[in-house]
Ligand binder design. Structure first.
Ligand code: GH3
Ligand code: MG
Ligand code: MG
Ligand code: MG
Length: 291
């Protein structure tokens, strides 16, 4: 059930709203001033904040501003102002801070209830779309779009705070044979299982995704070369030994891996360099790691 934070300096307002929202089945937390609200926001994740404007010390606008500036959760929590300040200037200020709505007090609880329901349904739908836009449908890994966005972010942060970045490009060997022998659906089964192996093989990878048809990508940051090569070798070996049950037959496949360290230049130049290592791995016999 959705989690709502009620912020108001009037004890009566908090108690009443909290009780009525709980009755509707929402999980409700309470804050009686701006500072308390920000502390709770730091600690927990909320779907919605019902925010009073006039409060001593830190007012609702300032609370909204700081919540929006929160590095990781600024877009995941909706803010709805509830205020006796009814001027158009106040409303505009609230809405311009990114609030989804601004309701003036006194209000009819049924209106608030209807709006909360709508806001939460919309937010849920948007989150689902976001996840879908970033996920590879078949394997559940990050898709290429997400992989590239994440990598751009990592490159930017590394420019400010340098650390070693390693890239692995992995391509299934002779995968066409699997499709030709067992059919595309069984090929898909292999893809899903390889993805699972990759997820389990790497402890806290910075990025792991499906980069192309039967091509995967892993980015490891802040790890020494020996560790990166050991990870790559362990993946190669795990896939080689992994039994795939296809149409009642036991099959084995192998994977080739290109590895390269980020030196300088663009993301696509780095990927291209890694791809060349992968090409070498293919042309020197497959089922191997080449740096
Ligand atoms: P190589 O060792 O040179 O990589 O040989 P290969 O057969 O793996 O390479 P090639 O690029 O010739 O073929 C890749 C095949 O992977 C062709 C394509 O149909 C298949 N493939 C790509 N994506 C998927 C997928 O999502 N599911 C299935 N079943 N097959 C896929
Ligand atoms: Mg107040
Ligand atoms: Mg291949
Ligand atoms: Mg390929």
């Amino acid at each position: 059930m959705a989690k709502i934070l009620v912020v108001d300096d009037e004890e009566m307002n908090v108690a009443l709203l909290s009780r009525r929202l709980k009755k509707l089945g929402y999980e409700v937390c309470e804050a009686r001033n701006g500072r308390e609200a920000l502390q709770q926001f730091d600690r927990e994740e909320f779907d919605l904040v019902l925010l009073d404007v006039m409060m001593p010390h830190v007012d609702g606008f300032e609370v909204a501003r700081r919540m929006r500036a929160h590095t990781t959760r600024h877009l995941e929590t909706e803010i709805l102002f509830l205020s006796a300040k009814s001027s158009i200037d106040s409303k505009l200020q609230g809405l311009n801070l990114g609030a989804v709505d601004y309701i003036t007090k006194p209000f009819d609880f049924r209106e608030l209830q209807a709006k909360i329901k709508r806001i939460l349904v919309d937010a849920e739908r948007r989150k689902k779309l976001e996840v879908a836009a970033y996920t590879d449908f078949l394997t559940g890994l990050s898709n290429r779009r997400h992989v590239e966005e994440q990598m751009q972010g990592i490159l930017q942060r590394a420019a400010e705070q340098p650390r070693e970045l390693w890239l692995l490009l992995l391509d299934l060997d002779f995968f066409k044979r699997i499709n030709d022998t067992y059919g595309h659906e069984q090929g898909d089964v292999v893809m899903v299982e390889v993805a699972r192996v990759l997820r389990e093989a790497v402890e806290l990878p910075d990025v792991v995704g499906r980069y192309g048809g039967e091509e995967f990508l892993i980015l490891l940051a802040g790890r020494p070369q020996a560790e990166v090569l050991a990870v790559a070798e362990s993946i190669r070996e795990t896939i080689e030994k992994h039994p795939f049950q296809l149409c009642g037959m036991m099959e084995h496949i192998t994977i080739s891996i290109g590895v390269s360290k980020y030196e300088s230049g663009t993301l696509s130049a780095w990927i291209h360099r890694t791809d060349q290592a992968l090409y070498q791995a293919k042309h020197t016999g497959r089922n191997r790691v080449v740096q």
